[in-house]
Design a protein around this ligand. Structure first.
Ligand code: FAD
Ligand code: NAD
Length: 160
């Protein structure tokens, strides 16, 4: 089985899109990520998966904290910026939730302390203990088959 077939299969599973961010020595680093899962209600735990060559890996190991910003359909540019797909001309402003950096106007902002980490293949899974949450109204950005979508566009497409 080749890598492309694996990615094509995984890409059939439509997801939202998050920006994970952490702060080390006063510097915020962000990374686009769709490997995310709710794990436990009591205690409240989530999981993210970070590849071994990502700059993000050592930063989370050092800070032992991260925040997840769930992107809205209006934030595709943020996803592309933090995936290194485009250069953003303007600096990106972060806000803070429980001292962790989150993107303004994202649909859900979830602050976490690292609870445990597991190296699995070429990724590290971080289990995050949720320390605070903030919610905003809006529609989600969707990632499916390697492309961005929005629920509104899909509705418009299916109606036409
Ligand atoms: P870099 O590649 O150095 O940084 C990422 C980009 O963010 C760079 O362009 C950098 O300039 C910019 N940036 C970082 N901090 C700031 C800041 N404070 N202000 C402005 N710009 C900043 N990879 C995974 O490991 N796990 C996943 O779950 C995952 N899911 C993905 C989902 C999607 C939809 C996409 C498109 C990519 C996904 N990736 C995932 C790949 C990952 O986003 C990229 O490989 C990313 O470039 C890795 O980031 P990095 O930490 O190595 O840092
Ligand atoms: P794609 O076809 O590469 O992605 C489709 C799906 O494949 C993703 O949603 C993810 O579930 C899986 N996938 C892709 N690369 C992976 C990896 N290295 N490890 C584990 N799972 C992976 O879509 P695309 O538009 O070509 O992606 C843009 C870039 O973002 C690519 O470089 C891709 O590798 C990267 N990406 C990485 C991850 C990840 O590391 N977990 C997830 C999504 C995208």
């Amino acid at each position: 089985m080749d890598n492309r077939q694996f990615r094509n299969a995984m890409g059939k599973f439509a997801t939202g899109v998050n920006v994970i961010a952490t702060e080390v020595n006063g510097e915020v680093h962000g990374m686009t990520a769709n490997a995310f899962m709710s794990v436990s209600m009591d205690p409240k735990l989530v999981i993210i998966s970070v590849k071994e060559d990502a700059q993000m890996l050592d930063r989370i190991k050092e800070s032992q904290t991260f925040a997840i910003s769930v992107l809205s359909e209006e934030q595709q540019k943020m996803s592309m910026t933090f995936a290194g797909q485009i250069d953003n001309d303007e600096p990106v402003e972060f806000e803070y939730l429980d001292g962790k950096p989150v993107l303004p106007n994202s649909l859900a902002q979830i602050a976490c302390d690292v609870s445990s980490e597991y190296v699995e293949g070429d990724h590290t899974l971080f289990v995050g203990k949720v320390t605070d949450i903030q919610l905003e109204d809006g529609q989600p950005l969707i990632f499916n088959c390697g492309r961005y979508h929005s629920l509104e566009n899909e509705k418009a497409n299916s109606a036409s």
